[in-house]
Design a protein around this ligand. Structure first.
Ligand code: HEC
Ligand SMILES: [Cu+2]
Length: 330
């Protein structure tokens, strides 16, 4: 059937709020646009050169009341729109808690998604309806943008940095997923779908797609079969030899306690502190010299070029789990 909707469906809680703002601004624009347009047409016709019926003798040159009205009314309306939009943006993009977290890695030209239980998907993101979702988005190569029009959200996928995006899918169904930042030859093919399932079906889906389960959708091979994301991280941790120093009572090198890294304020050599979050852990692995934990020496080898984005996501999940942090943050 021919189907060409003018606006995408609205399928998230945040999307409903954004749609309301969108239609309010559109309505205002149409109303004021019409006043101006029809005013112009009316005046152009009425005061056309050959219309002798109008009296032009006492033409008003200026009127302060009119000037004030068309300055102040639009100003107030613009400020209201600004305030409304800013509040909405801040509410939607501010860190929130109690979420279901997925990691999204953009690469030329696909989206790779990882779930906490270890399930992986390419160009498909399966999510539960009615739960707050946090997508931690990063790129492996160039800048991409992760956009779900039905949820009215989008966030850049930037190399070297995790960008968080929060939303609450409300309606089960299938929705478009786009890359909305030109990223090379096959940018237009960097599309996929978001599948929203009712909670129960979602749990069943998770079980079925957990690595090691029979109906496996894994494309990246056996690494970490049967393991959650954090457990895959533990394996990676060992495979990369991190445990030669960390979490090793016999380590020859004095190292910070990784079970305390996540979520704490870490004192830095040379003063200042940094929050133990994804960004800090990522940098500590790739380029440990950038920020030295106070009281320790710059003895950790840089792993830049030796760990993939997928492994970094696993390592972060592992270090997070060491701090006793389960799903949902905090
Ligand atoms: C040769 C020993 C050594 C190895 C191997 C090593 N590290 Fe480190 N690591 C250190 C030292 C020393 C520090 C503290 C100095 C600093 O901040 O760079 C540190 C700091 C860290 C920090 C910051 C922790 C904090 O609380 O400030 C993280 C995270 C980390 N390492 C993760 C890893 C991971 C993951 C690996 C394996 C990919 C690894 N390390 C391999 C020695 C090591
Ligand atoms: Cu892209």
């Amino acid at each position: 059937m021919w189907n060409f909707p003018l606006v995408p469906p609205t399928a998230s809680k945040e999307g409903a709020d954004i749609s309301l703002l969108y239609w309010a601004i559109t309505t205002l624009a149409v109303v004021f646009g019409s006043i101006v347009l029809f005013g112009v047409i009316y005046l152009a016709v009425r005061y056309r050169a050959d219309n002798n019926a109008v009296d032009r003798s006492n033409a008003t040159e200026s009127d302060l009341r009119v000037e004030l009205a068309w300055t102040l009314i639009p100003l107030v309306l613009a400020l209201i729109m600004f305030g409304w939009a800013t509040k909405l943006y801040a509410d939607i993009y501010a860190p929130r808690e109690g979420y279901y977290e997925v990691f999204v890695i953009g690469k030329q030209w696909m989206w790779h998604c990882q779930h906490p239980n270890g399930a992986r998907e390419n160009n498909v993101l399966t999510l539960p309806a009615g739960r707050l979702v946090k997508a931690s988005i990063i790129s492996q190569d160039v800048i991409h943008a992760f956009s779900i029009p039905a949820f009215r959200v989008k966030r850049d996928a930037v190399p070297g940095r995790y960008n968080a995006m929060y939303f609450t899918p409300t309606k089960p169904g299938e929705y478009h997923l786009f890359c909305t930042e030109y990223c090379g030859t096959k940018h237009s093919e960097m599309i996929g779908k978001v599948v929203v399932l009712p909670e129960k079906e979602f749990q069943a889906w998770l079980e079925k797609n957990a690595p090691g389960a029979t109906a496996m959708t894994t494309t990246t091979g056996a690494a970490g079969a049967g393991l959650t994301l954090a457990q895959q991280g533990e394996q990676t941790f060992k495979a990369l030899g991190c445990n030669a120093c960390h979490l090793n009572p016999n380590s020859a090198v004095k190292v910070p306690d990784l079970t305390k890294t996540w979520g704490s304020e870490i004192p830095l050599e040379g003063g200042g502190t940094v929050k133990g979050d994804e960004a800090y852990i990522r940098e500590s692995i790739l380029n440990p010299g950038a920020k030295i934990h106070a009281g320790y020496q710059n003895l950790m080898p840089p792993y830049q070029g030796q760990v993939s984005e997928e492994q970094l996501v696993q390592l972060i999940a592992y270090i997070k789990s060491l701090a006793g942090v389960g799903e949902g943050g905090k």
